[in-house]
Design a protein around this ligand. Structure first.
Ligand code: PLP
Length: 417
């Protein structure tokens, strides 16, 4: 194992995953997988070309589903900005924005120092920064499977291997801790937790978070907690956050206003870093260096963030209630369907249901048939790397008429198949 080469830090071996010198890349990213259209996408496009209407059952963009942050709050912030324009960027993001994020965590019982928060233009970018920071080509990072598909592409661009650990469907998609332990090898550089999880709706409980933190600490590994759906928690008590309930030696908590405040277009997310002060300091410094290269987070939104987080509280309350109501409607309909088995999601915008009856051979057969015969388009499990039986990924936050009509038709189609 090599040391930290820039000479700015002299740290013991345990911190080496954060302490690598500049890296020289001589190869392009490995080729993309699945560049050919899959049969489902081919069928969908062919149907749409003929003018056939197709009801998509997986979308979860709040704006497309009739939920929008109050425009007047944003326009006031933007008007203020454009009346007195300035641009004095900070690689980590403007300090008042970081303070507002720290306050958000304080109000939820978790302490984060504003100096250890870094703004990005999206959680996908946060992952890209972190994968680039933590791993060298041929190092690996542990991610859950099933999983939302962006990880593959981000890892490919960052020249990092992903190693899957299992979510156990029989236990409501709980994290299989043995598979986490088994997946770790000498090239592992981090463990990613997505909670609430896309697409299963699993939320890691306190015990699980503590055990993962213990595994990570024992191996000197950081954990990366994707909490973009944390405001949409349907379980008992308050949402379990690793940084509040466990003691990871190094933890990167990811969130942003895309899901939290239904503002995907505003491109503002963050990485909050907590843990052993020395390791955190190295991480902050290195990430600030990466961020300084791009300064990607839109400046006016950084200026607006304190107002958005404060003034957005009442909106968030009604938004959460609306999403919870839609989920309840979805579950009510799906419970009437004897051919579907699922665990009610404990958080987030999705669930994954297993088709337990029917004449379909596999997921391609199932979805192509639903498309052609019924004009319905759920996603198959294999889009999320789940390749057992036939699974459908469904959004539980479709606009009320769509959820009612779409899921009722889906149940009828699956039951009659
Ligand atoms: C679990 C999860 N994390 C991160 C993201 C990306 O979030 P952002 O919109 O902040 O890039 C998504 C997008 O759907 C997601 O589902």
């Amino acid at each position: 194992m090599e040391g930290w080469e820039s000479g700015r830090f002299q740290l013991p071996a345990k911190q080496l995953s954060l302490t690598r010198g500049p890296r020289v890349r001589i190869s392009p990213p490995p080729p993309r997988k699945n560049v050919e259209l899959n049969p489902i996408e081919r069928r969908y496009r062919a149907l749409v070309e003929t003018g056939r209407e197709v009801r998509k059952l997986y979308p979860a963009n709040p704006n497309d589903e009739g939920i929008s942050f109050p425009g007047e709050v944003l326009s006031r912030c933007y008007t203020d900005y454009f009346r007195a324009q300035e641009y004095r960027p900070d690689p980590k993001g403007l300090r008042p924005a970081r303070e507002a994020i720290a306050t958000y965590y304080t109000e939820q019982g978790a302490a984060v120092d504003p100096e250890r928060i870094l703004l990005t233009s999206g959680t996908s970018e946060s992952f890209f920064y972190l994968f680039s920071l933590l791993a060298e080509p041929s190092d690996n990072i542990l991610t859950p499977t099933p999983s939302y598909p962006l990880f593959d592409e981000i890892a490919r661009l960052a020249h990092v291997q992903l190693k899957p650990y299992r979510l156990d469907e029989a236990r409501a998609w709980a994290i299989d801790l043995d598979s986490v332990r088994e997946a770790i090898n000498e090239r592992t550089r981090a463990i990613v937790i997505v909670s609430p999880h896309n697409p299963t709706g699993m939320v890691a409980d306190v015990g699980t978070l503590r055990q993962i933190a213990a595994i990570a600490n024992e191996r000197g590994l950081p954990i990366i907690c994707d909490e973009v759906f944390s405001e949409f928690y349907y379980g008992p008590g308050s949402f379990p956050r690793a940084i509040a309930v466990a003691q990871p030696d190094l933890c990167f908590t990811l969130n942003g206003i895309s899901k939290m405040l239904a503002l995907p277009a505003m491109k503002c997310s963050w990485i909050a870093m907590t843990g052993e002060p020395k390791r955190v300091a190295v991480a902050v410094d290195r990430l600030a260096h990466i961020a300084d290269t791009f300064l990607s987070c839109h400046y006016p939104i950084q200026r607006a963030l304190p107002t958005i987080l404060t003034r957005g509280k009442s909106f968030l309350e009604s938004y959460r209630a609306e999403v919870a109501q839609r989920r309840a409607t979805a579950l009510e309909i799906l419970y009437t369907c004897p051919a579907l088995r699922f665990h009610p999601p404990m958080g987030g915008f999705y669930l994954m249901a297993e088709v337990t009856k029917g004449r379909w051979q596999d997921e391609n057969d199932c979805i192509c048939d639903l498309l052609t015969q019924h004009g319905l388009f759920p996603h198959p499990g294999y889009f999320y790397d789940h390749e057992q039986g036939i699974h459908l990924v469904l959004s539980t936050m479709l606009e009320p008429n769509r959820i009612q009509e779409g899921l009722t038709r889906l149940c009828a189609a699956v039951t009659s198949s």
